[in-house]
Design a binder for this molecule. Structure first.
Ligand code: MRU
Length: 352
């Protein structure tokens, strides 16, 4: 059973504070939308599908204590929660997708009573949660077929149970292959600057008993040069219609290095991560994060210490965009999609 990263329990959002991992397993119980927003901003909950689920639960948190029968006021409360949550992190489209599902659920049921709308919002948030579980399993099955036996793999950023409602996307593929009896060895990029690979992937893979070796992000090319790597597999935060893929900073370098060494490069993501409104990756908004994440390495607040001179000028994009030409296949819950992405990805739109 994968660890439960986020759930709705006793009218609160219960989530693992991932900034404390792997040192401590701390759960937060949140019933205020601002506190949930802070948890998303600070990456206490993170990973595109989990952020989407957090957004949906956040809307519930925002409206559940509303009293009275003034529908105008109820809808203003709802809009306030949605607008606030939209402003937390800009790149993972799953957040906007989930918030829009919640908003639409309220909108199409606006003639009903406030208590009925609240119940329908609860049902929609739970649906988003349970759909993600099924998605992970289907995606894992499709992706595992691409993993040879034995296999040596490189992955970047955390894409496991901590990033979803089940066992993950890219890591879910590896967990499925492992369960099928395949012998895996995973090289785990540490994933600077917040160390999702070192802190979270290693934690998940080691608990699962999968052989894994931690490397600095900048060791990946050398590993590909010196060892037989069967594939790289990563997740995604937003995929444009043409297949260009935003994922954790460093993914693009990994893809360039994979191409240079003839290593297949797979992106594993749910259809909810595809932004059908964007023609190319140029249009994907890229989150810029605080300079301290780099000047005060390593990892989240609490683990940091100063590693750069005072007033050092910093550029800290949290994501990059891998051009579609570098991607061998996109693994989704509907199957494995290959080039030309511009033709094949839009065919999935009816399933989103
Ligand atoms: O900044 P983060 O930790 O939220 O970034 C997460 C990633 O980039 C993941 O690779 C992506 O969201 C896919 S998670 C299944």
């Amino acid at each position: 059973m994968p660890v439960t990263t986020i759930e709705w329990l006793d009218n609160k959002v219960k989530l693992i504070d991932q900034t404390k991992l792997p040192g401590e397993l701390v759960h937060l119980h949140i019933d205020q939308v601002e506190v949930l927003g802070e948890a998303i901003k600070k990456l206490r909950v993170r990973g595109a599908p989990a952020i989407g689920i957090a957004g949906a639960f956040g809307v519930l948190v925002g409206v559940q204590h509303f009293n009275g029968d003034d529908k105008g006021k109820f809808f203003s409360e709802l809009d306030r929660a949605v607008t606030y949550l939209r402003g937390t992190r800009p790149t993972a489209v799953n957040l906007f997708w989930a918030l829009e599902r919640m908003r639409r659920t309220a909108e199409v049921n606006k003639e009903k009573t406030i208590s009925q709308i609240k119940l329908l919002l609860f049902a929609e948030a739970q649906k988003i949660f349970f759909e993600d579980q099924e998605t992970c399993r289907a995606l894992g099955r499709h992706g595992a077929a691409l993993i040879p036996n034995p296999a040596t793999i490189i992955t970047h950023c955390n894409t496991g149970a901590l990033a979803t409602a089940d066992f993950g996307t890219a890591l879910g593929v590896l967990f499925t292959a492992h369960t099928q009896g395949k012998k895996l060895h995973v090289f785990v990029d540490e994933t600077r600057p917040l160390l999702q690979g070192a802190r979270l992937n290693m934690w998940e893979l080691m608990q699962e008993g999968i052989a894994c070796t931690l490397i600095c992000d900048n060791a990946a090319a050398f590993v590909m040069q010196r060892q037989k790597i069967d594939c790289c597999i990563v997740g995604a935060d937003r995929i444009a219609r043409n297949g260009d893929t935003a994922n954790k900073i460093g993914t693009y370098s990994l893809a360039v290095n994979a191409q240079k060494h003839g290593v297949p490069f797979y992106v594993a993501a749910p259809i909810s991560t595809i932004d059908f409104s964007l023609a190319t990756g140029r249009e994907i908004p890229i989150e810029q994060r605080a300079a301290e994440e780099i000047t005060d390495g390593f990892g989240p607040e609490g683990l940091r210490r100063r590693t750069a001179p005072p007033n050092a000028v910093v550029y800290n994009p949290a994501f990059d965009v891998t051009p579609h030409e570098l991607i061998t296949a996109v693994i989704t819950e509907a199957g494995v999609i290959r080039s030309p992405y511009g033709r094949h990805l839009p065919e999935l739109q009816s399933r989103s």
